[in-house]
Design a protein around this ligand. Structure first.
Ligand code: KMH
Ligand code: ZN
Length: 275
């Protein structure tokens, strides 16, 4: 089996220091968390950014400052900014990280609208997805296709047929979001069996589902996403002190499965990124 790419989703838009005081907000905190995750084995940082008070923002200036800080500390890392942002943001707000300089190698592309707990709706209409895909294509940015249920894979396949998405495609299956697909082995197998041959995939799970889902992905030849965006606990009742502890845990699991960890250089090769 090929090497494992580890993505660290270090910050997210929803989790706060009230949930875990180690969630990074400031530019410096984000840079340090990314560096620690890199040193532990992550090759991709899935990036959301915050104002110093923790408020999620998609402001280009803030993204640029955070990317500069990350690249200053860990130049090899692949930075994969979010175009999902936070619930309620406009499409224009959400697209700003595509204008980071130099142009990001990858960015998230959320493949459908869904409930997101309580009264929240994460809106991604077909036209929104197409317009985001066009923006990414025109800048040579490889989308990471965020699928929270099977219908989002079907949307992906439709848009790929219409040539809005290029092959080989890279999927991220987020399991266990309230409003998305439950984090069960059967559901994950269904998703993995539904994507075209030659695609790559990564798996993340919310809360207690993070490590079981990631372990399944490792066994199935997929890649792994961990981080405070999805889960703040290292184990039941024990808050992680840093995203790097979550990355270290995946590294151990992967080694038990006999899979080595990809460096950022190797991750670029696996994902077909030009660099
Ligand atoms: N914060 C969620 C509403 C992404 O990064 O593209 C959306 C999200 C997905 O986190
Ligand atoms: Zn995200």
């Amino acid at each position: 089996m090929g090497k494992l790419i580890i993505t660290a989703a270090i910050c997210g838009a929803e989790v706060t220091k009230e949930h875990n005081p180690n969630v990074p907000y400031t530019v410096r905190e984000i840079g340090i968390e990314a560096e620690k995750a890199f040193l532990a084995g992550a090759s991709i940082i899935h990036l959301h950014v915050r104002e110093d008070n923790g408020k999620p923002t998609q402001e280009l200036k803030r993204f640029q400052a955070c990317v500069n800080e990350i690249k200053k500390r860990s130049p090899d890392l692949i930075v994969l900014p979010s175009t999902g942002g936070a619930i309620g943001m406009s499409n224009e707000e959400r697209l700003q990280p595509l204008f980071i300089n130099p142009t990001p190698e990858m960015a998230t592309l959320d493949m459908g609208t869904m409930n997101f707990g309580g009264d929240d709706i994460f809106v991604n209409t077909e036209n929104t997805i197409i317009s985001f895909a066009k923006e990414m294509n025109s800048r040579g940015i490889k989308p990471e296709l965020e699928c929270f249920d099977k219908g989002m894979i079907d949307m992906t396949l439709r848009l790929q047929k219409k040539r809005y998405l290029k092959e080989p495609m890279h999927f991220n299956f987020m399991m266990g979001v309230v409003g998305g697909m439950a984090a069960t082995p059967q559901n994950l197998l269904f998703l993995v069996n539904s994507i075209p041959k030659g695609s790559t995939f990564c798996v993340g799970g919310i809360g207690k589902h993070e490590f079981p889902m990631v372990s399944m992905s490792i066994a199935l030849g997929g890649h792994a996403r961990v981080g405070f965006e999805d889960n703040i606990y290292l184990s039941k009742g024990f808050l992680a002190k840093s995203n790097s502890e979550l990355v270290e845990k995946v590294v151990k699991i992967s080694q038990e499965f006999g899979r080595d960890i990809a460096s950022p250089y190797e991750a670029r090769f696996i994902l077909g990124l030009k660099s």
